[in-house]
Design a protein. Structure first.
Ligand code: SF4
Length: 86
């Protein structure tokens, strides 16, 4: 099963809330005006990440949310090959 890494370049998030509107199960808005990946891991560089499986029922929605971000700070990459799909 292919594993993907959902990444959020949080320092560059402009807080438009599109991700939370498209995928409320995965995204929530924080009091500081930026979004957070629910249950995501906070990295030292300020980014957040979450490992997901390709057959996760929300995977399609993850791609839609990433495509909906107007400043392209949501990324999905193949965890094994490092290939970035968004
Ligand atoms: S869609 Fe992008 S810019 Fe807007 S809140 Fe989500 S991550 Fe931030």
């Amino acid at each position: 099963m292919t594993k993907y890494l959902l990444e959020h370049d949080r320092p560059n998030c402009i807080g438009c809330a599109a991700c939370a509107a498209v995928s409320p199960k995965r995204w929530e808005m924080n009091e500081d005006g930026k979004s957070d990946i629910r249950s995501g891991k906070q990295r030292e560089d300020g980014w957040q990440e979450l490992e997901i499986d390709e057959d996760d029922k929300d995977f399609e929605e993850d791609q839609t949310a990433a495509e909906a971000c107007p400043v392209n700070v949501i990324h999905l990459k193949n965890k094994d090959t490092g290939e970035k799909i968004i």
